[in-house]
Ligand binder design. Structure first.
Ligand code: NAP
Length: 375
């Protein structure tokens, strides 16, 4: 008679065991977090292989295109005939990895969360191989590892972060358009980290014409990452520039930099060799919600916006901003300078959009505020 597997839902035997199991899963989650700069659009994923509570091997996915490093680690264990009894994975294994776990003689599989609950093939493999599966250990921590991927699956569009740099009086550029550099080098280094985590950097033609920005990630400015990833693992987010009036041409520096650049317009862009994302017009501009749906179909999970007040306001008006990251420098630029976002003229305070403050930090001499739309 076939032994029925032990499907547990985070029911752990005793306190000391629980502490050990949590510690081992925390180790897997920490490992998986090293992939947040490199694995997208694939999920961050890691595993810890143990024998009687002692770690025999551990491994994390490093890039989206590699054959998963955990898979290779499991094969290496097989080749060396290394024993292990329990594996801690941040999310469910592929069908192929589950087969290797069976061959390894694994008795128990601890999963923090399920990324694709509808997939059952790996479960059948575990069941036939008599691997007991427990799900839910440090579940919310593991889900947070793949926040933007979850968001895209749930909402059908990427998670959008709007970054703005302003003076203390909320100004983003002088009247003549100059905005380099309102904030400190520390704040700009912090922006590099956010860019490196993002799949897309979105901007508008106004910003490209005024600043000729590079909108890329630069290894030399990412020193906190040097101990986590290698330079060749660093990926360039795709640059997506809205230019419906086709004002841009090839001489702007971002077109010559490594990484993909897309222009967004309602018809094929004629002035550059960049790919065009053709998006229908709405009131004379490209439809921003349709653009987001298009980016989701290209498997982009997250969008980092660095734009002027026009595009920032348009995204807000369409409820397409999920998080605001505002760097505020202790400077005063005066009321002739440009504001933070273009919004309609309100006549009642009740009409004013409200945000909830999530986090406040000092980055060098500047303030960094992270806010979310008030529910
Ligand atoms: N402090 C900061 O954080 C910061 C960051 C970036 C830029 N800046 C400054 O901002 C200034 C440029 O800002 P800007 O406001 O002129 O330009 P922008 O916001 O960067 O770009 C405007 C773009 O948005 C598009 N657009 C406008 N309304 C739209 C709508 N309703 N739907 C869809 N697309 C829409 C326009 O497309 P069309 O082709 O249809 O017109 C245009 O391509 C510069 O001075 C720059 O230095 C400051």
């Amino acid at each position: 008679m076939k032994k029925s597997p032990n499907w547990k839902n985070n029911t752990l035997s005793d306190t000391s065991n629980q502490t050990l199991e949590r510690r081992l899963m925390a180790q897997a989650i920490e490992l998986a977090a090293t992939g947040i700069y490199t694995t997208a659009p694939a999920a961050n994923f890691a595993g810890v292989f143990t024998l009687s509570g002692n770690v025999v091997a551990s491994s994390a996915r490093k890039t989206s295109i590699e054959r998963c490093a955990i898979f290779q680690q499991a094969q290496a264990l097989l080749r060396s005939e290394q024993d292990c009894d329990t594996v801690y994975l941040t999310s469910e294994p592929s069908h192929e990895l589950a087969q290797i776990l069976v061959t390894l003689g694994i008795k128990q599989l601890q999963l923090a969360c399920l990324l694709e609950p509808e997939q059952t093939e790996w479960r059948n493999v575990c069941e036939q191989g008599n691997i007991a599966v427990a799900i839910g250990l440090l579940e919310s921590e593991a889900k947070a590892l793949n926040h933007d991927l979850w968001f895209r699956r749930q909402h059908g569009r990427p998670f959008v972060r709007l970054k703005l740099a302003a003076s203390l009086d909320g100004r983003t550029a002088l009247k003549n358009g100059q905005s380099k550099w309102i904030t400190s080098s520390e704040a700009r280094a912090d922006v590099q980290l956010f860019r490196a985590k993002s799949d897309v950097i979105l901007s508008g033609s106004g910003t490209v014409i005024a600043d000729n920005p590079s909108l890329n990630v630069r290894w030399s400015e990412l020193t906190p990452l040097h101990s986590i990833i290698s330079q060749d693992q660093l990926r360039q987010p795709a640059r997506v520039i809205i230019d419906n009036r086709q004002q841009l041409d090839q001489h702007y520096q971002l077109f010559g930099l490594p990484g993909d650049t897309y222009l967004v317009a309602s018809s094929e862009h004629k002035n550059t060799q960049a790919k065009t994302l053709v998006i229908a017009e709405q009131n004379g501009h490209v439809c921003l919600s349709e653009l987001m749906l298009k980016l989701a179909t290209l498997s982009f999970n997250s969008v980092w916006v660095e734009a002027g007040q026009t595009l920032a306001g348009a995204l807000l008006a369409e409820n397409l901003v999920d998080e605001f990251i505002l760097y505020q420098a202790p400077k005063l630029m005066g009321s002739s300078s440009r504001g933070l976002v273009d919004l309609p003229e309100y006549t009642q305070m009740s009409q004013v959009p409200e945000l909830s403050l999530k986090q406040v930090d000092l980055i060098g001499p500047d303030l960094r505020l992270i806010c979310v739309p008030k529910q």
